[in-house]
Design a protein around this ligand. Structure first.
Ligand code: ADE
Length: 225
């Protein structure tokens, strides 16, 4: 799949897109992440992409022209399944949304900044508005990085053990079971016996019980969805 990220701070996204899961997935040819500097698309001679809001409100607003031209340039090259705008008033990002977006071929993520973007862009070009949580970030770059990471890691082959993305927390709307590694006895802190038994069915049953128990205790809201 291909993810195009539009931002006024491309250098902020660089470490996320070239390293770790996103870097590895690109090397394996599973994903392509392209970061576009919005300032490259402005017709303003000072490379400005924002202006004062009509109505005398506080803050600055990202203008239509550079965003429209950048999206038009991308759309001229290929079709996009979604044009996403990162905003605290968007739909809440979640594991099901990451799974769904991982099935798309091409998506654009437009990072918001300042007081936001001219609303006409939201009305005419954006197909989906996404928030990563009920708090306000300085810009949408961290939200775009979070989303790209969660989307790419569920692509088949993106992480070493293919099964492990499927057994992630939230994949069945449940938290994961606890995990342990050697030694089985560390300072008298013991690994549950069942995990050392080699009895696959019993281990599976233990895992499921742990998932249900932990979800009920820590995130009961997930069981009602
Ligand atoms: N931009 C600012 N805050 C944000 C949030 N919580 N989610 C997505 N984009 C944002």
């Amino acid at each position: 799949m291909r993810i195009d990220i539009i931002t006024v701070l491309p250098e902020m996204l660089e470490p996320f897109t070239t390293q770790s899961i996103l870097g590895r997935a690109q090397k394996k040819g599973l994903a392509e992440i392209h970061v576009h500097n919005l300032r490259d698309y402005t017709t303003d001679k000072h490379r400005r992409v924002d202006d004062y809001p009509f109505g005398g409100f506080a803050g600055m607003v990202m203008q239509c022209q550079p965003i429209d031209d950048c999206i038009a340039a991308l759309k001229a090259e290929r079709d996009y399944d979604e044009i996403i705008y990162t905003s605290p008033d968007g739909e809440q990002f979640s594991q099901p949304m990451a799974n769904e977006l991982s099935l798309k071929k091409n998506i654009i993520i437009l990072c918001g900044h300042y007081k936001g973007i001219d609303h006409r862009i939201r009305e005419h070009l954006i197909t989906r508005e996404v928030s990563i949580g009920d708090y306000v970030l300085t810009g949408g770059e961290l939200a775009a990085a979070v989303m790209a990471d969660a989307i790419v890691r569920v692509l088949p082959g993106a992480i070493g053990d293919e099964q492990s993305a499927l057994s992630d927390c939230f994949q069945d709307n449940m938290l994961s079971a606890p995990v342990y590694t050697r030694p089985a006895d560390y300072k008298g802190w013991l690994v549950p016996d069942v995990l050392l038994s080699g009895h696959e069915a019993k281990i599976k049953e233990w895992e499921l019980n742990q998932m249900i128990e932990r979800t009920r205790k820590l995130r009961p809201d997930l069981l009602n969805e």
